[in-house]
Design a protein around this ligand. Structure first.
Ligand code: AMP
Length: 170
């Protein structure tokens, strides 16, 4: 399935100068989620994975079926104030200002191997912060999977030395 042919480009969203890669047409396609899940399952077939982390919110949609495919647990990494129990928190820089992500402190069993999934890697700030959360929670990072990678922004350079797979790149 040609994912790139279905991803929709929206210029100047959410602000002027940004080309937004809209994955909702892939999600709406009857085989879309299956194609994404299969792509990650094949790419990480030789890895042992205990948990998939999905980053709020599109990472939830993609990450949950990937976890199901691996027969492993799913862990949400969320924006501040959403998770009810004690959390670890990592702040990271945006173009203007900072943002923050959280994970439940007891989400990962000690040494649990974690695959982090998100829809798009741009600058890599979100994914790098999530990697730090895995470390804080006592997990071991097994890799990253992105549906879309924006190569010009070199987001990979902010990430640790683990396997990084993107299904589509621009
Ligand atoms: P970053 O931290 O810069 O790698 O940004 C990644 C997050 O922002 C992802 O969770 C994406 O959902 C979103 N994002 C950033 N740039 C885009 C874009 N051009 N199209 C769609 N989503 C984007």
């Amino acid at each position: 399935m040609d994912l790139k042919a279905i991803i929709r480009d929206i210029p100047d969203f959410p602000k002027p100068g940004i080309m937004f890669r809209d994955i909702t047409p892939v999600l709406a396609h009857p085989q879309g989620l299956q194609a994404i899940t299969k792509g990650f399952a094949e790419a990480f077939a030789d890895r042992s994975i205990d948990y998939v982390i999905g980053i709020e919110s599109r990472g939830f949609i993609i990450g949950a079926p990937v976890a199901q495919k691996f027969g492993c647990g799913f862990i949400p990494v969320r924006k501040p104030g959403k998770l009810p129990a004690a959390v670890h928190q990592v702040e990271y820089a945006l173009e203007y200002g900072t943002d923050c992500l959280e994970i439940h402190q007891d989400a990962i069993a000690p040494g649990g191997k974690v695959l982090i999934i998100d829809d798009v890697i741009a600058t890599g700030g979100t994914a790098a912060a999530t990697g730090k959360l895995v470390e804080l929670a006592g997990g071991s990072l097994a890799g990253y999977g992105f549906m879309v990678e924006l190569l010009a922004l070199e987001g990979r350079r902010s990430l640790p030395d683990v396997p990084i797979v993107s299904l589509v790149s621009y």
